[in-house]
Design a protein. Structure first.
Ligand code: GLU
Length: 480
């Protein structure tokens, strides 16, 4: 039995897409599970749209997610001589033909086909050119492409690992351009030539390529090669079930990284979309991307992939990211924040940073939530009178509550911690005759500048007595 070999083959024509990571994860798990290998191939045959920045970003993003490929990545633009040889072979065997049709003629043909409600397909005009006519045009330097010869009758039948038997009538399959007039191959030719050359045993890719499969299978047949197993994964969806799109959901891996998603959280989330068995118990069981990939590989099977469009639900990803943040020790969390680029304001002493991190850690979903959440430790946000218009507590009661807090916190026996502060403030609330829940909003606002933040008593402990009393007085002044 030949060893399993899989690949991911992104085109570097834009930001690295979460769909690429999803496909890469399936391919990596499949290869690992069977002791095989997984390669990365950059499909940069589109000279206009491919960029080196995009290629770099794809490599970096996959590595960030722990989706490591074996060996060096392949780059198709460095392999054009291989494709040329193969096109020549097809031209000789009759599997392909030169087409000299002008863009205008092709456009007229398409318009006529549309009007006749026929599927768009090259009409085969150049198939009838004689050797002489072809040579004549070539000598005259007429621009041309090379097209795949497609049967006009019968159908192409193949088995998809996930979808079973699939059939396409040949008359609906276009005579695909294999080599463009600039001498560069199209995706179809380069893809098949490379999958064969690289010994790929399983082509696992997005559903959008199903209709290309007949063209690819025809190429395998013309070359006399065994075709790999084909497996078309369901497309990622927006929550409204439409195809995942930038407009409704960010699709760039860079975006998630910049927004403070952890690599393991995004990876885990993609794993959940592949197989629901990759549930949240993995948060504790598999720490870090390597351990996660190992755990997901252990339970991986292509048959587990459900065909119902996996929904890229941001709310769920946010929740999962929060879970992964909480699974870290405070030390790890501090490191993660630092690596993410968070820098503590000078005014926050070293001795308080760990405590602040510890109380903020359970309250954030993304690393970007951290800075705004804890900014009040450094600087009290500006408040105005109207900020203190709170439910269930009237303006005079607000003032009473603040005064009571001030009075009860002034005399201390030297202790100043969350427990002590909590007791005192609860007593102060009782004095005002209000429920603590309602009074707490006032204190939150006066101390943190926001009606909800990190736990109040911890915040007060961290701020210290002087600063806390200063903020209470400030609030009273605002209310004058
Ligand atoms: N270059 C194609 C893409 O960007 C690869 C499709 C395939 O895996 O065959 O998705």
């Amino acid at each position: 039995m030949t060893a399993v070999k899989t690949r991911v083959a992104p085109s570097p024509t834009g930001d690295p897409h979460v769909g690429t990571a999803y496909v890469a994860l399936v391919n990596l798990c499949l290869a690992k599970k069977s002791g095989g290998s997984f390669v990365l191939r950059i499909e940069d045959t589109d000279r206009v749209r491919s960029t080196i920045e995009s290629e770099r970003a794809i490599l970096k993003s996959l590595q960030w997610l722990g989706l490591q490929w074996d060996g060096d990545p392949f780059r198709q633009s460095e392999r054009t001589h291989i494709y040329e040889t193969h096109v020549d072979q097809l031209l000789k065997s009759g599997g392909a033909f030169r087409c000299f049709c002008s863009a205008e003629r092709l456009e007229e043909m398409r318009v006529a086909q549309r009007a006749a409600k026929m599927p768009p397909r090259y009409d085969g005009l150049c198939l009838s050119l004689t050797e002489d006519e072809i040579r004549h045009r070539m000598d005259a330097g007429v621009a041309h492409v090379v097209r795949l010869r497609v049967p006009s009758e019968g159908s192409c039948v193949f088995d998809d690992v996930l979808r079973g038997r699939i059939e396409f009538e040949w008359k609906t399959v276009d005579m695909q351009v294999l080599m463009k007039s600039d001498g560069f191959p199209t995706y179809h030719l380069a893809n098949v030539v490379d999958d064969h050359a690289m010994g790929i045993t399983h082509v696992v890719r997005g559903e959008e390529w199903i209709s290309s499969a007949p063209k690819h299978l025809l190429l395998y047949q013309y070359f006399g090669w065994d075709a790999p197993q084909l497996c078309h994964l369901p497309l990622l969806r927006n929550p409204d079930k439409s195809k995942l799109s930038k407009r409704k959901n960010p699709t760039s891996i860079l975006y998630y990284r910049e927004q403070g998603y952890l690599a393991e959280a995004l990876l885990h989330f993609l794993g959940m979309l592949i197989d629901t068995r990759n549930d949240d118990t993995l948060v504790e069981k598999a720490r870090g991307t390597d351990a996660l990939i190992e755990a997901m590989t252990a339970r991986f099977a292509l048959e587990h992939i459900s065909l119902g469009g996996p929904v890229f639900d941001l709310a769920k990803l946010n929740w999962l990211n929060g879970q992964h943040i909480r699974a870290k020790s405070v030390d790890e969390f501090l490191h993660v924040l630092h690596d993410f680029g968070y820098r503590w304001p000078e005014s926050v002493p070293q001795s308080r940073r760990e405590h602040i991190a510890r109380v903020a850690q359970p309250r954030i979903e993304k690393l970007t939530d951290f800075a705004p959440l804890v900014a009040f430790f450094d600087e009290m946000p500006d408040l105005s009178k109207s900020d203190f218009d709170l439910p269930k507590i009237s303006p005079p009661e607000v003032r009473d509550a603040l005064q009571a807090a001030e009075e009860t916190l002034v005399p201390t026996d030297g202790t100043w911690d969350a427990a002590f502060v909590g007791e005192r403030l609860k007593a102060a609330a009782t004095q005002t005759g209000k429920k603590f829940k309602d009074v707490a909003r006032v204190y939150y606002l006066a101390i943190t500048g926001s009606p909800a933040s990190v736990p109040l008593f911890d915040a007060i402990e961290i701020l210290g007595k002087t600063e806390t009393l200063r903020r209470l007085r400030l609030a009273l002044e605002i209310l004058q």
